[in-house]
Design a protein around this ligand. Structure first.
Ligand code: FE2
Length: 154
């Protein structure tokens, strides 16, 4: 079992795999074990194990010498996690947060937001995009964490 899955719930690990596989297929036209291993910083042997598990679970089809393809169910899950990733990134970018903070937080948050929260953030994001003055005043009100920590306490 790779250390990553030991630390996180299986569903998050499965989502991370599917997310990376879909992105590889979209950008390169195919997803190979070696590329998934590189993107997730996991050994190829661990990726092969997980890919076989995903195959057994009906989320993809894996053939050792022909690569892998997502099934309809696997692609639906992959599109869903990818959508959550893009939505959360978009939302935090609107708030003007640091790109590294955004990436780190989105990678955690994306696995835990419910459909209701996704829907609420979608609505809020599109609302804020139509109200640049409101957005600017919100952004001005967000004091960077560094500044808060260094400010003298009242
Ligand atoms: Fe992600």
């Amino acid at each position: 079992m790779p250390p990553r899955s030991a630390k996180r719930p299986a569903s998050s690990a499965v989502e991370d795999y599917l997310e990376q596989i879909l992105e590889l297929i979209n950008t390169k036209g195919y997803a190979r074990v070696v590329d998934i291993a590189e993107r997730l910083s996991i050994s190829q042997a661990s990726v092969t194990n997980m890919v076989q598990k995903l195959d057994a679970d009906g989320l993809l089809k894996y053939e050792k010498y022909r690569g892998l393809a997502l099934t309809t169910a696997g692609e639906a899950l992959a599109r869903n996690i990818t959508h959550r990733h893009h939505l959360l990134t978009d939302f935090l970018q609107l708030l003007g947060l640091d790109p590294q903070v955004i990436y780190h937080d989105v990678e955690g948050m994306e696995h835990h937001v419910s459909p209701a929260t996704v829907h609420a953030i979608e609505s809020l994001t599109s609302h804020l995009k139509r109200r640049p003055a409101l957005l600017n005043s919100i952004r001005r009100g967000i004091v960077p964490a560094r500044a808060r920590h260094s400010a003298p306490s009242a």
